[in-house]
Design a binder for this molecule. Structure first.
Ligand SMILES: [Zn+2]
Ligand SMILES: [Zn+2]
Ligand SMILES: [Zn+2]
Length: 367
């Protein structure tokens, strides 16, 4: 294999599957050629149609780029050889390399008519039109929902992402985007697969979800996300996601620890207070029901001289049990989870040292 072919293949791989550093440095296709694409925030649908068309064209021209590069570098086959009447594989390669981008251009021109109305994405969206809604009003509503802050974006890689807005589930792919309207869509977690990153790590789990609209003629599509993003997705879609009984979600080591942490602290004494509980400052979702105060005795502190002594924290309850467990876990040595339960941690605010025996649920008592 020639060096030129190797370098060209590497360059193609970087264009098609840009690594994270490329997008951070603004080197993906959509970032390099951003001016004609317009603003994704202001006109999401048209932006995605343009981006998909541009990507399709650039990808389709990659083989031609390779052959042109060979001509410029004066590598064989030379022009005179290509002009001979006899058949050669190089001629076939040149013909195909020319036909593919021309076909892509013809397709793009077809999509472009009527302001991208014939683009597969707009055709997909048009399936949600009825007597009261036109395609342009649907596009406007998707744009407005994308612009609002009430959405989540789950990036599956540098070019693909899943967006959930108030009414839509949108999958952005290489060339295309797919829409499903939340109120008539069924989502089913069909399969899950785990990829081992290293022998010690628990591996990364990916789940594949079928997104099926109940409308006639709407094609179903699949989304594939890291199982860590599932909760986020689940809490942002308006309908329950069906999980097939054979799917088992892997817990991260932190989630497993939090379960044990919660079991352990429920055995500790309760801390009684007359004050109302505020919202947890970690998650802002549940009440802050945890108070730290020293209850362990020195005998329970593993009898080691060098172990830091627990102190009493004077902070009012500010954290929920989940957030405190997460805080505790993230302050531990990730390579030695077997030591976490017996280790210590510091109060997130005053930095006083505490152990698991010093974590207490708060009980509000009324006098
Ligand atoms: Zn919390
Ligand atoms: Zn404190
Ligand atoms: Zn302690």
């Amino acid at each position: 294999m020639s060096l030129y072919l190797l370098v060209y293949l590497l360059w193609c791989a970087l264009i098609v599957w840009p690594p994270a550093v490329f997008s951070a440095a603004g080197l993906t296709l959509a970032q390099l050629i951003s001016a004609p694409l317009g603003s994704e925030t202001d006109s999401f649908v048209v932006y995605q149609c343009r981006r998909g068309a541009l990507t399709a064209f650039v990808h389709s021209a990659l083989p031609l780029g390779y052959l042109l590069g060979m001509l410029l570098r004066d590598l064989p086959p030379h022009t005179d050889m290509l002009l001979e009447p006899a058949f050669s594989w190089w001629k076939l390669a040149w013909t195909l390399a020319l036909i593919i981008p021309i076909y892509a251009l013809v397709k793009i021109a077809e999509w472009y008519r009527d302001n991208w109305a014939l683009h597969p994405a707009c055709k997909n969206l048009a399936q949600y039109c009825d007597s009261n809604t036109s395609l342009s009003s649907l596009i406007a509503s998707v744009n407005a929902e994308y612009k609002s802050v009430q959405k989540i974006i789950i990036s599956t890689n540098e070019t693909n992402k899943i967006i959930v807005t108030g009414n839509w589930i949108i999958k952005v792919g290489f060339y295309d985007l797919k829409f499903a309207q939340q109120n008539d869509t069924i989502m089913i977690v069909k399969t899950a697969d785990t990829h081992q990153l290293s022998p010690t790590s628990g591996g990364e789990q990916f789940i594949n979800i079928e997104v099926k609209s109940m409308r006639r003629n709407c094609v179903l599509f699949h989304i594939r996300i890291n199982s860590l993003d599932f909760k986020d997705l689940q809490s942002n879609v308006s309908r329950p996601i069906v999980i097939l009984p054979n799917i088992v979600f892997h817990k991260t080591i932190i989630e497993k620890f939090i379960e044990v942490f919660l079991d352990q602290i429920s055995l500790n004494d309760k801390y009684e207070t007359e004050q109302d509980l505020e919202l947890c400052i970690g998650c802002m979702q549940t009440v802050a029901d945890i108070k730290l105060y020293k209850q362990c005795t020195n005998a329970q502190q593993r009898g080691e001289e060098e172990v830091e002594q627990c102190q009493s924290c004077g902070c009012r309850p500010m954290w929920c049990a989940d957030c405190m467990g997460r805080w505790f876990a993230t302050r531990q040595d990730p390579d030695h989870p077997e030591t976490w339960l017996s280790n210590k941690c510091t109060c997130p605010l005053c930095r006083q040292v505490f152990c698991l025996l010093d974590v207490h649920y708060v009980q509000v008592v009324r006098s």
